[in-house]
Design a binder for this molecule. Structure first.
Ligand code: BGC
Length: 394
């Protein structure tokens, strides 16, 4: 599944630089708000949007008109998120509201609780409410084709957020962190940690993947396996369970409890007389579930990778309980999305980019930011401009 094609480095380098500038939450007001406040924010923005429903007729512009015509300041912008089960999506909800309002837009922000029909309905209602742009983090990359094409037919721009929109012509571009690169960083951190914490190999390891419907998850796994497979082949790493296919390792719905149950059964089935040294984990919630399972089984904590720099995992990395995470700063991704929305509003169309991905139907423009690995050794440096995470390093 080598879907990503980098045709030139310049555009990516420019994006990389802008991402690094935003890395670690450098923008003001980027700290995650408490949960209660976030819920209030969604309801509020939904209400505003309903009042704005009289604009619905405006959504009838043709797709051709939309390609360069621009739209008015104060336009309605829809943001459809897959769920709020990990910190990155909660941050996205808060930051889209803050940053879209600051830029003068009227946001409708909704999250779909991992239910595809609910996400389809929420996007339909954004179309009816006259959104000029709909930003979508899909639950299932392949299941939104017809509703997104409906949006395009109504002259609405569609931007994928954090995850690719697959098998549809109804997408103008996708903003995301490099997903194969993320997996490479996770695997390299696992190897570095094994050397540092467990001494010389060989090492016993297990592999976990994310939710199989999420287009990021196979890419994270693919990137990781490109680093790990040669060492599995030469005997440095032993996957004691023998489970090395993505389908065996995936965690349906990114559900931490399912990952913990799988780890429990791997430990009881394969490790009653063995130590486990390392585990590849696709994100922080699953990392904490794996670590908890190992602790419960009386194992010494293995080296475990992660993703998202969630507050709890940043603390665990700092205390040595989780070896690494990968930071993909939400504020930078939201800011990048809003820069694109501003370009569309001003009639300048989608900005140029040299990175594209084949989504099964078309080559989609990708606006890619670089993920950054975090261990105890570099955490203070990575979070130097992120006061809320820096505060956790004590
Ligand atoms: C995101 C991760 C997140 C996961 C589960 C992925 O698509 O890139 O940041 O942990 O979804 O929500």
């Amino acid at each position: 599944m080598n879907r990503k094609r980098i045709t030139a480095l310049l555009g990516a380098a420019v994006l990389a630089m802008s991402a690094l500038a935003g890395c670690g939450g450098g923008r003001e007001g980027s700290a995650p708000a408490p949960a209660a406040k976030e819920e209030a924010a969604v309801e509020e923005s939904t209400e505003v949007a309903t009042e704005d429903a009289s604009d619905a007729g405006e959504a009838t512009a043709t797709a051709e008109e939309a390609s360069g015509a621009g739209f008015e300041e104060g336009a309605t912008i829809g943001v459809s998120l897959p769920w709020l089960g990990t910190q990155n999506w909660k941050e996205a909800e808060t930051m889209f509201k803050e940053q879209l309002e600051a830029a003068g837009y009227v946001p409708i922000i909704q999250a779909a609780d991992q239910k595809v029909p609910q996400q389809q309905q929420q996007i339909e209602s954004m179309i009816e409410n006259g959104a000029k742009v709909i930003v979508v983090g899909p639950i299932d990359g392949t299941q939104l084709g017809s509703v997104l094409e409906q949006a395009k037919d109504a002259g609405i721009y569609v931007i994928g957020y954090d995850r690719l929109l697959e098998n549809t012509s109804g997408v103008d571009g996708v903003v995301q962190f490099g997903s194969v690169k993320t997996g490479e960083l996770q695997a390299q951190a696992l190897l570095d940690g094994l050397k540092e914490v467990k001494g010389e190999g060989p090492y016993n390891i297990e592999l976990f993947g994310g939710g199989p419907a999420d287009p990021n998850a196979p890419n994270f796994f693919k990137g990781a396996m490109s680093v790990l497979q040669p060492l599995i082949d030469d005997g440095t790493l032993t996957v004691v369970s023998g489970q090395t296919d993505f389908t065996q390792c995936a965690t349906v719905d990114w559900d931490n409890a399912k990952a913990q149950a799988r780890m429990d059964s791997l430990l009881s089935g394969f490790y009653s007389d063995k130590d486990i040294h390392g585990v590849l984990s696709p994100n922080d919630g699953i990392a904490r579930a794996i670590i908890t399972s190992c602790e419960n089984a009386g194992q010494e904590i293995p080296v475990v990778s992660g993703l998202d720099a969630e507050n709890e995992s940043v603390e665990w990395v700092w205390s040595g309980r989780q070896y690494s995470t990968v930071a993909k700063p939400t504020d930078a991704l939201v800011a990048q999305t809003i820069d694109i929305i501003n370009s569309l509003r001003d009639g300048n169309g989608m900005p140029a980019t040299d990175v594209t991905a084949d989504n099964g139907v078309k080559e989609v423009a990708i606006y890619e930011l670089p993920p950054v690995v975090v261990t105890k050794a570099n955490a203070k440096e990575v979070f130097a401009n992120d006061p809320s995470r820096l505060e956790l390093l004590k």
